[in-house]
Design a protein around this ligand. Sequence first.
Ligand code: SF4
Length: 449
Amino acid sequence: MKNLAPKLNHEQYEQNFSELTPPFSPNSAVAEANRCLYCYDSPCTKACPTHIDIPAFIKKISTGNLKGSAKTILESNWVALTCAKACPVEVLCEGACVYNDKGEKPIEIGRLQRYAIDYFFSEGMPKIFNQAPSNGKSIGVIGSGPAGLACAAEAALLGFDVTIYEAKKAPGGLNTWGIAPYKMRQADSLLEVELVKSFGVIIKTGTTIGTDISFDDILKKHDAVFIGIGLGKSTKLNIPGENLDGVCDAIEFIEEVKTERWQSVKVGRKVAVIGAGNTAIDAATEAKRLGADFVTIIYRRSKAEMPAYEFEYLLAKKDGVIFNFLTNPVKIIGNNHVEAIECVKMELKEADSRGKRKPYSIEGTEFVISIDMVIKAVGQNSKADFLSSVPGIRLNNGIIAVDTITYQTGNPKVFAGGDCINGGKEVVNAAYDGKRAAHGIKKFLLGEE
Ligand code: SF4
């Protein structure tokens, strides 16, 4: 498709994609750290899926021990910079801070974490971790997203030789390719990749399983394999017109935006985004910031059922995105290229087995919206189908089944974590899975916890 949105100048693009949350200055970081009550049994730590000792790292910031603070954070989370910038802190650590109960602003845990980790990287990643001597065993990691990086870093420190196989040209997975640039730039993710490499981990980029190397060959080559491949492309809409020029996948659109070649990203003047999850919101907001005049989100349920977080919704609203709730697309109209989308109004009736009320179309309420681009964001397909022939591995609707403690699949040599086992959660969940899986592998190969 052609780029149909009005072109902006470089400064406007940079401004539109500049960071939403600026870093703390040294004085403001210490002032914020001093507000922390260092709660016993801290609820913020419990709310963090990686259980970072939050009061401990904040205390170290208040006393000027930034290296120690970074160590406390990284001991729990190997992609702590990504999490500091992209975690939904409002519903995790900061949402659990006791200040909320007092009706006061919670401690800005995400920004403080960023402050400590920024220091660590700006100092050239000082050596703060002890690496066990080589134990002679090797691990193959498939995918260099947050789960793969976390597993690789932890396993390398435990004394394993680790090789990561990554299909893309640049490593980092979702952290590098899937987070909106106004939250985090590619360069941040690549710093975390460098940290993992500094432990001796080898990353083979441009290596697709099944094309460049078979899964069997990886299994033969290594003593254990960790799969952290995330999810695949967006689910099909299955409506007429889906193959027209101008219909694209939200994941591919977001990846293109992440290259930061703003002028060359193809975006419509009038864009419809189908779906209302966080990916849909990112795609809609990015389209608007690339210069689209009109962006609408089309979602078949109401705002109450919308999967996106409230703060993501508010950001999109602030950017001028129009929400069409209780609306379902029935046909994409056009002659080669998208010209409009026909929708129908919906109503919610009885709940399904998950307790979600089912949407039904209301006869005679069809209407047409004039658009020139459709972005599909109604969930993602599994990428794990190639594993269906691997002995022992069980897939439930494309999701890999694992032991919840060791992350071992039905094939004892194979472990998995991240979105490919949970169907799509946060980066921080993937980071936790990868780290725990490294210990699951250690138990399997060396018989130790
Ligand atoms: Fe500090 Fe809030 Fe955590 Fe208490 S809950 S330790 S005040 S960040």
